[in-house]
Design a protein around this ligand. Structure first.
Ligand SMILES: NC(=O)c1ccc[n+]([C@@H]2O[C@H](COP(=O)([O-])OP(=O)(O)OC[C@H]3O[C@@H](n4cnc5c(N)ncnc54)[C@H](O)[C@@H]3O)[C@@H](O)[C@H]2O)c1
Length: 243
């Protein structure tokens, strides 16, 4: 049987980029996926491409009601065995340039969204016999990130929240790990100019960006039984840039 046969995975912010790569790879490996996002056109197109194993629904991760609907949709598909807290925004500004509204916007989407998600999927995962949560942090959650104070603060928070949840959820049979990508070639990096991105790639020991598919392979490993004794870990996938 395929590695994810009979499993249901919920991916927040999965309409494009890394989340979409994970959805495609999961369905190819036998999973059913619920894709949440605020980009309805792209999310619906992805679900059509993937067929009956995928369902898209509008899910703003700052809304508890939207989380409840996404979890109910997963259970209607057969349970809830995996969840990727992938939704995020990246609006880089220096500390001096960051106003309270921008800081709070990052906190609500990147951090509060992950908190609600972890808290509210746990009962459904328990009903499904356990599960695995993967929180998408960043290298910006492993070291200082000049020019991105709001984003960086949320990605550091995810790293700590992952470890707290890993300890609290271990008795429930739920593992929780964080993934820390370096520069990955997705729409998100259009927040920086091509020159800024080129300078960033110049700092990567492997001298290139990563791809959404490379991150997806790691996420699938952490979602799968292959990582059955791994919890609370922080795994970087960054061409060596965090070293
Ligand atoms: N691309 C990179 O270089 C990089 C590096 C490190 C970490 N990350 C993280 O990887 C994750 C995926 O990003 P990506 O690279 O695929 O970029 P992306 O911008 O393509 O994907 C982010 C997704 O989150 C969705 N989203 C934004 N606000 C939302 C909300 N309120 N509710 C639900 N969904 C929302 C967006 O619509 C988008 O589909 C993010 O958490 C990001 O911070 C990205």
């Amino acid at each position: 049987m395929a590695r994810f046969g009979g499993k249901v995975v919920l991916i927040s912010g999965g309409a494009r980029g890394q989340g979409a790569a994970e959805a495609r790879m999961l369905v190819a490996e036998g999973a059913k996926v619920v894709i949440g996002d605020v980009l309805d056109g792209e999310g619906e197109a992805l679900a059509r491409e993937l067929g009956p194993a995928a369902r898209y629904l509008h899910q703003d991760v700052t809304s508890e009601a939207d989380w409840a609907a996404a979890i109910a949709a997963a259970e209607a598909m057969g349970g809830l065995h995996g969840m990727v807290n992938n939704a995020g925004i990246f609006i880089p500004r220096s500390l001096a340039e960051t106003d309270v509204a921008l800081f709070e916007r990052h906190m609500r989407i990147n951090q509060l969204g992950c908190f609600i998600g972890m808290r509210d999927v746990a009962p459904a995962m328990r009903r499904s016999g356990g599960g695995s949560i993967v929180n998408i942090s960043s290298v910006a959650g492993l070291r200082g990130s000049p020019g991105a104070i709001a984003y960086s603060s949320t990605k550091w928070a995810l790293r700590g929240m992952t470890k707290t949840a890993a300890v609290e959820f271990a008795p429930l049979g739920i593992r929780v790990n964080s993934v820390h990508p370096g520069p990955i070639d997705t729409e998100m990096l259009k927040a920086r100019t091509p020159e800024q991105n080129a300078r960033r790639v110049g700092m990567v020991p492997m001298q290139r960006m990563g791809t959404a598919e490379e991150v997806a392979k790691l996420v699938l490993f952490l979602l799968s039984i292959d990582s059955s004794y791994i919890t609370g870990a922080e795994v970087s996938i960054d061409g060596g840039v965090s070293l």
